[in-house]
Ligand binder design. Structure first.
Ligand code: COA
Length: 338
């Protein structure tokens, strides 16, 4: 990527692609693995089933499938993409990052490409980054992917976490408006609080505690203080949405659709009630997909498009939250390519 003289412009959200692995894991299967029940999982989380990557699938495979879907649907040539960002917490390797590999897998020769890790908020950070670069005139067109293979870092003996998380990938196109009418990507609210990392983390495997023979398997997997994360999630969903709407000079009545991180139905119910948005404007697909971390928002957006809930020109409020703790909200008009 090389940027010459820069022309400020607006960035638009013009496409979405998705991929989930074929294998479906039901709550009934989890009943056999840990001391849980379908009733408990459904009542406490809203999840019925989730998709799990095949043994030979890694995060780049899921991401590349979502990118191909996006390029097909928008009729975009891979060579027209200037920047590829992959938000992920579960890269194929410590390095290289996923993005250069996915660029090559999808025919984007020499594309500027990097990974971004803000866990379940990563996709929102990626959209902000891409929008900033388009609007600064550095690039014309970016693909932002959220992709995670959380099944590889789940402790399948921990009933408090293994029922929640799953695998998938979603991708969006952010591109320069070329003077076309429309409001584009309206604004962002991004933030973090690193004071309680242990609320949701994988303690080992990084530079602080490398994986050595003495490290318990459980420490190489997701560990969570569910109640604290629940409290944080409901609070931040409300606060971040309110801040962004205030900044944009809008109210919740201006929003056509809320696409929030698909963590738990009760979190979405609590938060949407407090935000004051009617249930029919809240997208939910976690019953079939579980919590797919970075992928959950683009996957929900893609499903809303497929079911006709996401109308052309709709003003969409997207809110992500997760480990870090981190959060990120994006307000954007859905302006698909004709
Ligand atoms: N099946 C059956 N019982 C389970 C269980 C399971 N899968 N998981 C936990 N329990 C038990 C607990 O051990 C506890 O038992 P105890 O009272 O005998 O100690 C009981 O259920 C209640 O646990 P609690 O943690 O209070 O449940 P909860 O109502 O808070 O629901 C979560 C647990 C994890 C569903 C909920 O806290 C949650 O969704 N938190 C947010 C998680 C999240 O979204 N994380 C990702 C953010 S990106």
């Amino acid at each position: 990527m090389a940027a010459g003289p820069r022309t400020p412009r607006r960035a638009r959200l013009t496409g979405v692609g998705a991929y989930v692995p074929e294998r479906v894991m039901t709550n009934a299967e989890l009943e056999v693995m840990v001391d849980t029940t379908d009733e408990w999982i459904l009542a406490r989380t809203g999840i019925r089933e989730r998709h799990i990557a095949a043994g030979d699938q890694a995060t780049t495979d899921l991401a590349a499938a979502a990118v191909r879907d996006l390029l097909d649907r928008t009729g975009t040539a891979p060579s027209d993409i200037d920047l590829l960002i992959i938000a992920t917490t579960t890269p194929d390797y410590v390095f290289p990052p996923c993005a250069p590999l996915v660029g090559t897998m999808t025919g984007m020769d020499s594309v500027a490409a990097f990974d971004l890790n803000a866990v379940c908020s990563g996709f929102m950070y990626g959209m902000a980054q891409a929008t900033g670069m388009v609007e600064a005139g550095l690039i014309r067109r970016a693909v932002v992917v959220g992709a995670d293979t959380l099944s590889r870092i789940i402790n399948w003996e921990d009933r408090a976490t293994c029922v929640l998380f799953a695998d998938g990938a979603g991708a969006v196109m952010i591109e320069a408006d070329d003077g076309a009418p429309g409001t584009g990507v309206v604004g962002f609210d991004l933030g973090s609080d690193g004071s309680t990392p242990g609320d949701l983390w994988v303690p080992a495997g990084g530079t602080r505690t490398p994986i050595t023979p003495g490290v318990p398997h459980a420490d190489t997997c997701i560990q969570m203080n569910g109640r604290e994360v629940f409290r944080f999630a409901t609070r931040i969903l409300v606060e971040s949405s309110a801040r962004l709407l205030r900044e944009a000079g809008l109210t919740i009545d201006d929003i056509d659709l809320l696409v929030a991180h698909q963590a738990n139905e009760r979190i979405l119910d609590h938060a949407s009630e407090r935000i004051g948005i009617p249930r029919e404007k809240v997208v939910m697909n976690l019953d079939r997909l579980g919590n797919t971390s970075s992928a959950s928002i683009p996957l929900a957006l893609a499903e809303a498009r497929d079911t006709g809930v996401l109308a052309d020109g709709a003003l969409v409020l997207m809110v992500g939250f997760g480990a870090g703790l981190t959060w990120g909200s994006v307000l954007a008009r859905w302006e698909p390519r004709p």
